[in-house]
Design a protein around this ligand. Structure first.
Ligand code: ZN
Length: 137
């Protein structure tokens, strides 16, 4: 774990490296099982469904749906001026694959469950944090 401008950044492991760095290539990379084709997150060395170890990162669309959210109004960290939205989003590829993330470029009063969002990357040191914003097109 390291910090950047007051932020606490994730520890990058062999298995999470593609997830945390894919954004430098504008790619959201999620682990997928090559045996049963299921996606899963967080990335680990075996599929929880079929126990295959033939798993690895693949690029997803970056499109997702807000499944749950909360609006934080407390100034916990200087790098995160409130209000901001913490959300669980379901990937379009497989809705039971959820990421906990922040919603950006959004009016906090307009966020709702079911909102369509797309990934954007916030580059901090050696990681590109996947955040999500409303789909505008
Ligand atoms: Zn599997």
């Amino acid at each position: 774990m390291s910090t950047s401008a007051g932020r606490i950044l994730p520890e990058v492991t062999a298995e999470s490296r593609d997830f945390w760095t894919g954004g430098f290539d504008n790619e959201l990379r999620i682990y997928r099982c090559r045996s049963c084709s299921g996606w899963f997150h967080p990335p680990v060395g075996a599929c929880w469904r079929c126990r295959s170890r033939d798993v690895g990162p693949e690029v997803v669309s970056g499109r997702a749906t807000v499944a749950a959210f909360t609006v934080n109004h407390h100034p916990w960290f200087p790098a995160f001026p409130p209000p901001y939205v913490i959300a669980a989003v379901e990937l379009d590829e497989q809705p039971d694959v959820r990421l906990t993330t922040c919603l950006v470029d959004v009016d906090v009063d307009k966020v709702e469950v079911g909102m369509q969002v797309e990934v954007v990357f916030d580059e901090q040191d050696d990681v590109a944090l996947p955040f999500f914003r409303p789909v505008t097109a």
